[in-house]
Ligand binder design. Structure first.
Ligand SMILES: *[C@@H]1O[C@H](CO)[C@@H](O)[C@H](O)[C@H]1NC(C)=O
Length: 353
């Protein structure tokens, strides 16, 4: 099975129009920009209107042993060192000299390689020659709250002899793009409590299951406030971001302090754990970022603003998350940013007091 941002898939479809889907085949020939905010996971190496009736073939194959596995293992270890990766499965889908619709005789070649060792998973994209077209092609690999986009997607740079897909790279190998896809930064756990659907509101007082040492202040309660911040002493409705330091007496953790409004769309969740797999994941992450502390989380608190609109109910969708954790001695705040909608308002991205 292939872990794609926390979803474990045991089947796949190779679709003619340059993408892979997991749940069902998909024939869409009109590329859309990611994130699409749908429930569908798509890996789209070259999403455009392709037609293999005149020329071109689309191949797929998988391996669990052999030299291809060794080659992919070497490549992944070069691009993502220190994971000590050993592929136990490789899936390759190749669009070979396929024409653009309708049977134009053009020849476009590209490939997606999926691989996993059971724990980590990766997608490699390989681009051969991409025929010129006046149509712009989209590229991405996504899920609803995670996505990557190759620069030049949806521009005239995408196709032709100088296609940025074929000449560019994010791993210094022209034509090759590599992405780790087993987890994004977001802890996509929305099983927590939701705050009320009111503008400028806050959660009720949330008693913490473990005292949180915040710069020497020991807090045993917290409030999750609609407008993108957390406070300890009292709920807070402020929607006008201020620069830190504020020289006030209030401690604030402000991930994305701006005027947000969850009445039209979006939910704000919070949850805390003192055991379980999320605790282990956060423990791993903290030890990766702050080595040498031998950290073992005994508590995590997660607050997530999921696809929340800017005020007033603008329909925009902005997602971000705070993860607080401690082992009783050390404490950390992780901020995870998903997609942040554009806004004309003057916005300040503040971190902490
Ligand atoms: C591609 O790049 C080469 C080298 O820079 C240039 O000579 C050529 O005109 C470019 N071709 C197209 C179609 O842009």
């Amino acid at each position: 099975s292939f872990n794609y941002f926390g979803q474990s898939y045991s089947q796949i479809y190779v679709n003619h129009n340059g993408d892979l889907t997991f749940d069902a085949p998909w024939y869409s020939y009109t590329p859309q920009r990611f994130p699409m905010y749908g429930s569908k996971d798509v890996i789209a190496p070259f999403w455009t209107d392709l037609d293999n009736r005149g020329n071109g073939d689309i191949y797929y194959i998988q391996y669990t042993s052999g030299s291809i596995l060794q080659q992919v293992t070497q490549d992944i270890n070069r691009y993502f060192p220190a994971l000590n990766f050993q592929a136990n499965w490789v899936f390759i889908a190749t669009w070979h000299e396929v024409a653009y619709f309708p049977t134009t005789g053009t020849q476009t070649t590209f490939q997606a390689v999926l691989t996993t060792n059971g724990q980590y998973s990766f997608v490699l994209m390989n681009y051969g020659s991409i025929a010129s077209t006046s149509r712009y092609a989209g590229y991405d690999t996504i899920s609803s709250s995670h996505h990557f986009t190759i620069p030049g997607s949806f521009s005239s740079d995408a196709t032709g002899p100088n296609s940025t897909f074929s000449l560019g790279s994010n791993v210094n190998v022209p034509g090759r793009w590599a992405f780790r896809v087993d987890h994004g930064s977001l802890v996509c756990n929305f099983n927590g409590r939701k705050t009320v659907t009111e503008d400028d509101e806050s959660s009720p007082r949330i008693p913490l299951q473990q005292t949180f040492n915040y710069f020497g202040q020991f807090y045993s309660q917290i409030y999750v406030n609609d407008n993108g911040h957390l406070t300890f002493d009292a709920p807070w409705s402020s929607y006008t971001p201020q620069q830190f330091p504020m020289y006030g007496s209030t401690d604030i953790i402000a991930l994305f302090w701006t005027d947000l409004d969850n009445r039209g769309n979006g939910n704000i969740y919070y949850v805390q754990h003192t055991s379980g797999s999320l605790l282990q994941r956060v423990t791993q992450d903290i030890n990766r970022y702050f080595p040498g502390l031998n950290f073992q989380a005994n508590w995590i608190f997660i607050a997530t603003w999921h696809e929340v609109a800017y005020y007033p109910t603008s329909g925009t969708q902005t997602t971000f998350q705070a993860v607080l954790t401690t082992n009783g001695q050390y404490s950390f705040v992780l901020m995870n940013y998903g997609s942040i909608a554009s806004t004309g308002s003057n916005m300040v991205l503040a971190r902490c007091t």
